[in-house]
Ligand binder design. Structure first.
Ligand code: AMP
Ligand code: ZN
Length: 114
């Protein structure tokens, strides 16, 4: 989508440190990491948030979670585990309106989040 930051990363017009990709998804390092491993996984095709993606392509929403697991495996997180976060809307703390899953690992995560 025109003007979307993460569409730009998926298309290669915005620089990012891409760690994994396939035909459908791209994974890249968060610019402001909150853990030793902090990767964002996005569908190449624009959807604003999880609610919209689930409504238009629930199967792709499911495959997004499989992509998360592939990324976590690639980052060496299978042993220690990891946290997966999908922020939706204002109360969810979403700041970029292109659906993305955070993959956080490499340290003990706290619960509940702030
Ligand atoms: P959220 O608050 O869930 O919408 O998460 C958006 C995330 O995108 C934040 O963790 C930001 O640090 C990250 N971010 C913003 N711009 C970039 C960028 N150009 N490259 C990589 N990560 C980014
Ligand atoms: Zn987009």
């Amino acid at each position: 989508m025109q003007g979307c930051l993460f569409c730009g990363i998926a298309e290669g017009t915005v620089p990012a440190e891409i760690v994994w990709s396939d035909d459908e998804f791209v994974a890249f390092r968060d610019i402001d990491p909150q853990a030793p491993v902090h990767v964002l996984v996005i569908p190449r095709h624009h959807a604003p948030d999880l609610a919209a993606l689930s409504a238009t392509d629930a199967a792709q929403a499911g495959r997004l979670l499989a992509a998360v697991a592939a990324v976590a495996h690639g980052e060496g997180l299978d042993g220690g585990g990891y946290r997966t976060v999908l922020n939706t809307g204002v109360d969810g703390g979403q700041t970029v309106s292109h659906v993305h899953a955070h993959v956080l690992g490499g340290r003990q995560m706290m619960w509940p989040p702030g």
